[in-house]
Structures are given as structure tokens and as C-alpha cells.
Design a protein around this ligand. Structure first.
Ligand SMILES: *Cc1c(COP(=O)(O)O)cnc(C)c1O
Length: 359
């Protein structure tokens, strides 16, 4: 990679081993169930997350949507964190395509809905009301520095869901980051939910795809939903081959990305004008902010970093940033970024920071 790209772990390129495996993959028509590499990936994924079966899908968004549409129908309600990916960042798919009514609730500093509030949200059996059907969870929680939510929260949520006959789906886009950070297996993280999806294409470096996992019956139904969403792919083994490498070679090393995120957060904390909470950083995402003393907008700083150092950073509102570490960012890249970020804030070269300096 020719740039240092902190915008997301989605920017990762496949590893050399993936390129080789993709070139050599055995293939067939997966809509007929005949692609041996897709079948292998689906079985491997299911085993890794402790479920009976898996379904290879084009994206995390498709995995979540296929899960929601399998669990719930028109007029059913899904209880969901108001800053979760399924509610906020998936174009309203559950409502648009499924007629599923989202019931958003606030989350705490690590991404948990208050379970008393979840329970209060349950609908009575009344013709006026939508039907409570599903609880949507996320781990790690993207909007909260990718926080790995401890497992007892999901056990308690399970007990509540069982009392009211609701299903639980986990958006585990970064499930393996959560597992590594919690020091448990991915199957442990997913043990309390009926279905879970995770991304191969983020920190695990595969170029495309996610896997949705659940019971064999559930996945059989989800396979039809995937088809209806236009997600039935043909010789998808070429993509699945990279996914197999992702699962076999790329999960344990996520600890490195977490260490780099910690290095980044601690370095930022030493730069005057930056607000950051390193103790909240447990995986590979760091949110940070400018205090009032800094006379530049986040967008101007992002532009300056790109121009002077080929560092790509995401601005996240007028005074905030998000940095995500991944396989293609090394320890030295983080150090270089910190030095450049410090320089830009202090305008040490006497240069204008972007065009929109806002004093
Ligand atoms: C990235 C992500 C997804 C899915 O993203 P796609 O870009 O559709 O693959 C879902 N949930 C979370 C929390 C994510 O970070």
C-alpha cells in the first residue's frame, strides 16, 4: 500500500497468501451449492463461531439484512442501539426492504442498551402495536471505539429475550477483534445469540465478503433471502478462498492492531490540543477530538495530512476524527502519523493548514 490509510480497516488489501489461494481456488456454481471453496468457507466459519451453518454474503450489510429479514417480517419490531451500524449505517434496509420497524434505544459508553429499558420496550399483544420480535446487538461496538462488550451482558440479554420470546442477532463485523480483546474465542462471543455475522473484509484483509451463521434451518431460510436480495453469487470460490485464509491466518494477529491503536491513543494524549481516552481503546478504533485551543477544523487537518504526508484520516464531524488500525499499518507508521499530526496542529512549518482555516 502506497499510503498510510487510517480511515477504516475496510481499506485493507488481500495478503500475498490470499492472492495465491484466490488464483488456485476450486470453483463451481454456488447458487447450485456446487462451489467447494464457498462450502468450505461456510463450514469453517460456522465452526469458528460455534454455529451449525454459515452463509457467504457480499457484505456485512447484506449479512445483517439477510438475518433481520429471516428473523422478522413486516410489522415486526427490532430493538436496536441508536448508534449501532444496523440502525444508522445500513440505509434503513430493515425498514425499506423488510417492513421491519426499528425501535432504537440509547447506549452507554461501551455500546450497551439498558436492559431495563429493553424490557420496557416490549410490546403488549395489542392490534394497535407492532410485534416485538428481535434484539439487534453489536460486538465490538463500532461507535464506541470498537469496544469489546463483556459476555455477561449478552447472557443477561438472552435471559430477557427468552422471557419474551425474542430472537437475537449479533452484528459481529469485528467479532474477532472483540474475541481477541476479551481473550475468548469467537464462539464464546457469539454463544448467546441466535445468529451472528462477521466481516472477512475488514481487519481480516479479505477483499470481499462476510459470513452469516446460525442454525441449519435458519441458514436455509437466509439463503433464500440472500437470493432475493440479489446476493446469489456464482463462482464465488475465488472470493471465499481469501476468506479461508482470513479465518486461518489473520484472526490472532489482530492483537497487533490493538497494540497499534493503543500506541496511537497514548501518543495523541501527549499532543496538546487533543482530547482522547486511551483507556477506552481496547481494539483497533480510536476516536479523538480537538479542544477549543486548536484553530483548525478537522477537515482542514485531514487535508493537510494527506497533502504533506500521504496520510489518510477520517474526519468525523467538525472537530473530531476516527483512526482505525489494521494489517497494513505498522508501528513506524503510527509513530510517523503522530509526528505529522503534532506538526500540523502546531503549524510548525508555518504553512497554511488547508483552505478552510477557521480561526
Ligand atoms: C463495516 C460494518 C458492517 C458492514 O459493513 P459492509 O461495509 O457492508 O461490509 C456492519 N457492522 C459494523 C459494526 C461495521 O463496522
Amino acid at each position: 500500500m502506497d499510503r498510510i490509510d487510517f480511515r477504516s480497516d475496510t481499506v485493507t488489501w488481500p495478503t500475498p497468501n490470499m492472492r495465491v489461494a484466490m488464483a488456485q481456488a476450486a470453483i463451481g456454481d454456488d447458487v447450485y451449492g456446487e462451489d467447494p471453496t464457498v462450502n468450505e468457507l461456510e463450514a469453517l466459519a460456522a465452526a469458528k463461531v460455534g454455529k451449525e451453518a454459515g452463509l457467504f454474503v457480499a457484505s456485512g450489510t447484506m449479512g445483517n439484512l439477510a438475518a433481520i429479514l429471516t428473523h422478522a417480517g413486516r410489522g415486526d419490531e427490532a430493538i436496536v442501539g441508536q448508534d449501532s451500524h444496523t440502525y444508522l449505517w445500513e440505509a434503513g434496509g430493515m425498514a425499506v426492504l423488510g417492513g421491519v420497524v426499528p425501535h432504537p434505544l440509547p447506549t452507554d459508553s461501551i455500546g450497551r442498551m439498558d436492559l431495563a429499558q429493553v424490557e420496557q420496550s416490549m410490546r403488549d399483544d395489542d392490534p394497535h402495536l407492532p410485534r416485538s420480535r428481535l434484539i439487534l446487538l453489536e460486538n465490538s461496538y463500532g461507535d464506541k471505539n470498537g469496544y469489546p462488550i463483556p459476555l455477561h451482558y449478552f447472557a443477561a440479554t438472552r435471559a430477557l429475550a427468552d422471557r419474551h420470546g425474542l430472537a437475537m442477532h449479533m452484528d459481529g463485523a469485528r467479532l474477532f477483534n472483540a474475541a481477541v480483546a476479551l481473550g475468548v474465542s469467537a464462539a464464546d462471543v457469539a454463544q448467546h445469540v441466535d445468529s451472528v455475522s462477521f466481516c472477512l473484509s475488514k481487519g481480516l484483509c479479505a477483499p470481499v465478503g462476510s459470513v452469516l451463521c446460525g442454525t441449519a434451518v435458519f441458514i436455509h431460510q437466509a439463503r433464500q433471502v440472500r437470493k432475493l436480495l440479489g446476493g446469489g453469487m456464482r463462482q464465488a470460490g475465488i472470493l471465499a478462498a481469501a476468506g479461508i485464509i482470513a479465518l486461518n491466518e489473520m484472526t490472532d494477529r489482530l492483537a497487533e492492531d490493538h497494540a497499534h491503536a493503543q500506541q496511537l491513543a497514548q501518543g495523541l494524549a501527549r499532543i496538546p490540543g487533543v482530547i482522547v481516552a486511551p483507556e477506552q481503546v481496547k481494539t483497533n478504533i480510536v476516536f479523538f477530538h480537538l479542544d477549543d485551543a486548536i484553530p483548525y477544523s478537522a477537515a482542514a487537518i485531514v487535508a493537510a495530512l494527506r497533502q504533506r504526508a500521504n496520510i489518510w484520516l477520517g474526519d468525523h464531524g467538525p472537530r473530531s476524527f476516527r483512526a482505525v488500525t489494521h494489517y497494513w499499518i505498522r508501528r513506524a507508521d503510527v509513530a510517523f502519523f503522530l509526528e505529522q499530526f503534532h506538526d500540523v496542529l502546531n503549524n510548525s512549518r508555518g504553512e497554511a493548514v488547508g483552505d478552510s482555516v477557521d480561526f
